[in-house]
Ligand binder design. Structure first.
Ligand code: ADP
Ligand code: ZN
Ligand code: ZN
Length: 738
């Protein structure tokens, strides 16, 4: 009732997880009035013949629709999205031309997306009474456990039941304190799931370069910096110090890491540095309930440190004080399907909204970030030297064109591996393909094992006795005779990690050979266990895919072998050389991180290729700056803004026709000019995937704002002109042409 005595209508405007670019109106659930409604709460709403979980974005007094349905149920008493995160999600929806409801869904952990009430994870907290707060730390000396509990509560404030259990302070100790009138249970917000206990480890003394970097990042206010620092130069130490500064000011720190970077090793390092702060790790290895707890603890402001992969950028953080992006060049920060956002790019927007510093770190920065740094938009910070005693590795090319190779290895490379192991050191062999062999063919009739659903070959996985498509996961049993001519002369062409493992284990049979790829490391813990002998420092041979390139600090690795450096030199994707350079530099960076000097051997059929030469002689920094010149001439990103409009359909003609009419639509709005160019429709590099044909239209523009405006208009148009059997999407700042 308002003051005139009339009922003013209350309408919920909510974001619903459906592919439509708008909000939807509902009446409040029965029995709830204006005072029960706060933006950021979730509601269950009827939608078509389904019930969906929606987020309240706005409470309004009028709706353009006459007939509104009531929402079925309110799921949260308190909002779980604060105003800043709602504003941020709307911004991202507009920028990426994504339905805002799908963005809210992407922001939520699965359990909350499915409608589990947040209260389910509310916790009990033990806090001191006034009497308890008045005691000195030395009190209760005769009951050691009670004293430890008292000291904890005096030093670090109230503790959740979960945190107390994790420290071995069980309910009987708590009860004793409560019975003395010193403490009491109160109900409070969710606390993060406890991490494995680790020994606290003090920080090393910073070196001069590190100190300079840290002093250059202002503690408050928005700033964006790129930290370009050699592998092993102590970037992680810089992140830890910037985190510490934010934590001491009572703020939250957000650290984003690549998908395969959130290892138990990383978590241990952070937990060992910050034993007194609450850490929430958000990653796909968590069970749904644990992940919801971690998320809620961050969103309620309880967690001090939040570490996560890409989607953690959408976690509401009410006390956000600093954002750190590790390995900012990594492709996993860009989501490649559904809502195609870049967490790395969004981190700068979020930092600006929150008025906090953001630091993007990498030994091999993306050309996008490098461009921003060189043009002065970001502060450009450098770490040129390895921290501690480690020296940069020595790199040499091994030409393999006219050599007799053994299973893909040149004789001198095998000799080097043997010598390294015999000296009691470790060697690492990088192979870019998993499985046994990337192609199975018949020597008599030329049959080739193709995926029936994709334009791709099947990979032979001999351990699992099947052939598998790495794009759609189609599998068929391994065959021993040709399905076409029944000949038994089948030939596995080329080598993947399995085949190299067989060969290397046979050749160096006195030493353990450890294969690391997605097949041997189904869980995060598996990788940790696999690497155990390597961490212990025994001589061993590591072999694997790019999973080995990231983050691992293995001081006994003194030899790194890159079996084939040529993959990225001749691709149709203009970003392929950049990715190749990043990978080679990262893998090479695993060598000689301890006191022993490292060596890198790079096998290539084109040792004279100018890009490869530049990379190996001058390093990634010079290589990337050269690529930038080439992009400038070709008018490609990051010098231009680029978006793809993608379409896929079982019927290739429809996808192509849709994009042709899309192009007409765009050109009617804005004809091609030197500032605005259209290319396509063209087939994607992987033309057919999971039975659908894929095409795209590429648009490059000098002005991002113009591109944005065109895409927004197009999206509205396309929503109304859609063939139901066709999927389309806008891929703003697309990273892949595949
Ligand atoms: P990056 O993240 O750049 O690869 P890290 O931060 O992991 O580098 O540092 C590499 C190694 O050097 C680690 O073992 C780390 O403990 C050590 N380190 C980092 N900073 C220092 C320092 N100031 N003094 C001594 N050792 C350091
Ligand atoms: Zn055959
Ligand atoms: Zn397939």
């Amino acid at each position: 009732m308002d003051s005139t005595g009339e009922c003013s209508p209350v309408i919920l405007r909510v974001a619903v997880p459906v592919p439509l670019r708008r909000l939807f109106d509902y009446l409040p659930p029965k029995g709830l009035g204006a005072e029960d409604l706060q933006p950021g709460q979730r509601f269950q709403v009827p939608f078509g013949n389904r019930d969906l979980v929606a987020v309240l974005v706005e409470v309004v007094a009028e709706s353009p629709l006459a007939e509104l349905k009531p929402a079925s149920e309110r799921l949260d008493r308190e909002p779980i999205f604060d105003a800043r995160s709602r504003h941020f999600l709307q911004w991202a929806a507009d920028y990426y031309q994504a339905p805002v409801g799908e963005l809210y869904a992407a922001a939520l952990p699965v359990a909350l997306r499915k409608g589990k009430p947040a209260d389910h994870w509310a916790e009990q907290w033990l806090e001191l009474t006034t009497e308890g707060k008045g005691l000195p730390e030395t009190a209760l000396a005769r009951a050691k456990k009670q004293q430890a509990l008292l000291q904890l509560l005096l030093g670090s404030g109230p503790q959740s039941r979960t945190a107390l259990n994790a420290r071995g302070l069980n309910s009987s100790v708590c009860k004793a304190l409560i019975e003395r009138g010193l403490a009491r249970w109160v109900s409070g917000p969710t606390a993060p799931p406890p991490l494995e206990a680790v020994e606290p480890r003090p920080a090393p003394e910073l070196n001069e370069e590190q100190r300079l970097v840290i002093d250059s990042v202002p503690p408050v206010g928005f700033s964006a910096s790129l930290l370009e620092g050699t592998t092993g130069s102590g970037k992680t130490e810089v992140y830890l110090r910037l985190m510490e500064r934010a934590l001491r000011d009572g703020n939250q720190a957000l650290l984003l890491v690549p998908e395969i970077g959130l290892t138990p090793q990383t978590l241990r390092r952070i937990a060992a540095r910050f034993p007194d702060f609450r850490i929430a790790a958000l990653h796909s290895g968590l069970a749904d309930g644990e992940r919801a707890r971690a998320w809620l603890s961050a969103a309620s402001g309880v967690a001090d440190i939040v570490i996560g992969t890409r989607s953690a950028i959408f976690t509401p953080l009410p006390r956000l004080g600093v954002i750190l992006i590790d390995e900012e060049h990594d492709g996993s920060f860009k989501q490649q399907d559904g809502v195609r956002y870049s967490a790395r790019d969004l981190s700068v927007v979020l930092a600006k909204n929150a008025g906090v510093p953001v630091l993007l770190g990498s030994a091999t920065p993306s050309l996008e970030s490098l461009h921003n740094a060189l043009s002065g938009r970001y502060q450009h910070l450098r770490l040129r030297h390895r921290a501690g005693n480690a020296r940069p590795p020595e790199i040499s090319v091994v030409p393999i064109l006219h050599q007799t190779l053994q299973e893909g290895f040149a004789p001198q490379v095998l000799r080097h591996i043997g010598e390294t192991l015999n000296r009691g050191e470790q060697a690492l062999v990088f192979i870019n393909r998993r499985g046994y062999s990337p192609a199975l063919t018949c020597d008599d009739c030329g049959w080739l094992a193709d995926c029936p659903h994709c334009s791709a070959k099947l990979t032979l996985h001999r351990r699992q006795r099947h052939l598998r498509c790495h794009h759609c996961d189609y599998r068929m049993r391994e065959v021993h005779s040709c399905p076409q001519c029944h000949s038994r002369n089948l030939n596995a062409l080329g080598a993947g990690t399995e085949r190299s493992e067989d060969f290397l284990a046979h050749t160096f049979n006195q030493y353990p050979v450890i294969r690391v790829d997605r097949d041997t490391t189904a869980s995060k813990q598996a990788l940790d266990r696999l690497l155990e002998p390597a961490r212990n420092g025994e001589p061993c041979l590591l072999l694997g895919t790019q999973m080995l390139a990231k983050g691992h600090h293995l001081p006994k690795v003194t030899l790194v072998v890159i079996q084939d450096a040529d993959g990225g030199l001749f691709s149709a994707d203009f970003r392929a050389p950049e990715r190749m350079g990043q990978l080679l530099e990262q893998v090479a960076g695993r060598a000689g991180r301890g006191d022993l000097r490292g060596h890198v051997l790079v096998q290539s059929r084109y040792p004279e290729h100018p890009l490869l030469q530049l990379l190996l002689s001058k390093g990634y920094g010079a290589f990337a700056r050269q690529l930038m010149e080439e992009r400038k001439i070709a008018q490609l990103p990051p010098l231009r803004a680029m978006a793809l409009v993608r379409a896929e359909c079982e019927e290739p003609r429809w996808a192509e026709e849709f994009l042709a009419s899309a192009r007409d639509y765009f050109q009617a709005l804005a004809p091609p000019s030197p500032e605005l160019q259209y290319l396509g429709p063209v087939p994607a590099l992987l033309e057919r995937k999971s039975g659908r044909f894929r095409f795209y239209l590429q648009i490059t523009a000098e002005k991002r704002g113009l591109l944005q405006k065109l895409l927004a208009q197009f999206s509205q148009w396309a929503e109304g002109n859609r063939n139901r059997r066709l999927r389309w999407a806008v891929d703003m700042d697309a990273q892949e042409l595949s």
